[in-house]
Design a protein. Structure first.
Length: 301
């Protein structure tokens, strides 16, 4: 969630109108207010216009995420507005054609021969099953944390994952799992498996996770691109690398941007790595664009 704040007339609305259309993963929450409707404004579009009595009643009912008094009026963000936006993101990811099928491989786990699964140990000393949304992410985690262990990769459909959780839970040794643990900072959310999950639950967890990932990738990309366009290539490179390490290794546009910055900084190794990733991701248009920039010297951000 991003909060845009500033005094009256600072251009908050203009900023939102310029930014949101550029990033389909973002949407603007509509605030509520007790001030009067102005000419040209629409209820539910510019603000949710409420009476003071209605606004105060909603405060008492705990319906506001936040609210404030400002110049004699009240402004705030309704919890229902945040729920609406979250539902829109999830709906986009869970709608055709983006909705994965329940029998389509979706998750990857690391397996230790002959019959164990690779886990992380939580602060209470209990094991947590590690699941990844792509084999590439699983491989990156294993490279950094598996040491000399001989691991194999197992792809699971939502149905198969539910069955695996049930088997592990029945043995009593694993009661939680985490999706896409960052191997560099080990930051992750733990999900309890005590309640029985369905394949539809797994798809929803995946959609929530991916919607957050898409939003963060967009923010990092925009920041790196802006730095590159103003000629601060070193900063742009660092932002792009941080996004690739901590957010997603699967973004072709991040690797393309990193490759172009490597050309500007004359860093052959970084350029080669960016080019290799684009080929691995089979991002042919991005790979061609990077090669053309290298051959012609015409580097556009």
């Amino acid at each position: 969630m991003f909060v845009v704040t500033g005094p009256s007339g600072a251009g908050k609305g203009t900023l939102i109108q310029l930014v949101v259309p550029r990033f389909p993963e973002l949407a603007a929450a509509v605030s509520a207010t007790t001030r009067a409707l102005r000419p040209g404004e629409q209820d539910g579009v510019d603000y949710h216009f409420l009476s003071r009595q209605d606004f105060d009643a909603r405060i008492e009912a705990g319906e506001f995420l936040e609210w404030v008094d400002y110049v004699g009026n009240r402004y705030g963000t309704l919890n229902s507005e945040i729920d609406r936006l979250r539902a829109e993101f999830e709906s986009e990811l869970l709608s055709l054609p983006r909705l994965p099928a329940e029998d389509e491989p979706l998750l990857t786990s690391l397996v230790i021969s002959p019959s164990g699964v690779f886990t992380a140990t939580l602060t209470d000393s209990t094991p947590c099953l590690l699941i990844f949304s792509t084999p590439l992410r699983a491989a990156e985690y294993a490279r950094i944390h598996a040491g000399s262990l001989q691991l194999s990769y197992m792809s699971s459909t939502p149905k198969e994952f539910v069955q695996m959780l049930g088997d592990l839970r029945s043995r009593g040794n694993i009661q939680s799992f985490a999706l896409d643990v960052c191997p560099h900072c080990m930051t992750f959310t733990v999900l309890n498996t005590n309640s029985l999950l369905t394949p539809a639950d797994v798809l929803k967890i995946w959609a929530i996770h991916k919607s957050g990932e898409l939003a963060r990738e967009s923010v990092y990309f925009a920041s790196a691109q802006a730095a590159a366009r103003r000629g601060d290539f070193q900063e742009a490179k660092e932002v792009a690398l941080e996004a690739i390490q901590h957010v997603t290794t699967d973004s072709a546009r991040l690797h393309l941007l990193l490759g172009k910055m490597a050309l500007s900084l004359k860093e052959k190794q970084v350029f080669g790595e960016a080019q290799a990733f684009l080929e691995f991701l089979r991002a042919t248009p991005s790979a061609r664009e990077l090669l053309a920039a290298a051959e012609t010297g015409d580097i556009r951000y």
